[in-house]
Design a protein around this ligand. Structure first.
Ligand code: GLN
Length: 214
């Protein structure tokens, strides 16, 4: 194992509302350190961030009032890697289909539809193939879940269910409409944390190269 693989990046978990401890457990299982993010100051020193599920309108209101939303936008636009699940995916989207405006972090070239699976279907579970993670499929727990209505060229859809995109990634973001933190399957969290490690190793290399060139 390389030094990069063994490193323990610090991943913040947004703790404004929603399921926090399950993400902390999943991140610890794949070798990351975690801390809770409630204020803009808590973003300092992070290598990555998880935005959990919950209620995106509540999250937008609370984080908007405190200034956290602006701070998040700045850090994420600046390249901080983010994993967003369910409401977290909604927060990272550039737009919402068929809904009124609500405060978002934005920045990912996707349009999502909230509560997309119909009022009757509030929650369901399904096997979701995620080819980049190999076999077996992930067990997707969908709770009043969104789907990805459309995605731009910077975005790779990595999972579909029922003909709809339910997970995607771009250079710095991974999003899922379902809740991987609620199962014991750590593959999505591992992919995220491995990506953070690779990015940190690359940045370290750049710094070494710059120092070496002087
Ligand atoms: N329905 C919620 C929303 O629109 C998301 C649900 C979830 O995160 N489990 O924000």
């Amino acid at each position: 194992m390389s030094a990069g693989q063994a490193s323990r990046p610090r991943i913040g978990v947004l703790a404004v509302q929603g399921a926090v401890s399950e993400h902390e457990e999943a991140l610890a299982d794949v070798g990351a350190r975690t801390s809770r993010v409630r204020t803009a100051d808590d973003l300092q020193g992070l290598d990555g961030l998880v935005i959990p599920g919950g209620e995106s309108t509540t999250f937008g209101l609370v984080a908007g009032e405190s200034g956290l939303l602006d701070a998040l936008r700045a850090r994420i636009d600046g390249g901080l890697p983010v994993l967003g699940t369910c409401a977290g995916m909604i927060m990272l989207a550039d737009g919402i289909a068929g809904g009124g405006p609500q405060p978002l972090v934005g920045g990912m070239d996707i349009v999502v539809r909230r509560n997309a699976w119909g009022r009757q279907v509030r929650s369901f579970e399904a096997d979701v193939a995620v080819p980049v993670l190999g076999d077996p499929p992930m067990r997707g727990i969908f709770i009043r879940a969104p789907w990805i209505e459309s995605a731009g060229p910077s975005v790779e859809v990595i999972a579909e269910h029922g003909g709809h995109a339910v997970a995607a990634r771009d250079a710095t973001r991974i999003v899922a409409a379902f809740h991987p933190e609620l199962t014991g399957d750590r593959r999505l969290h591992r992919m995220f944390v491995d990506g953070v490690r690779e990015r940190d190793a690359g940045q370290q290399h750049e710094e070494d190269t710059v120092v070496g060139a002087q």
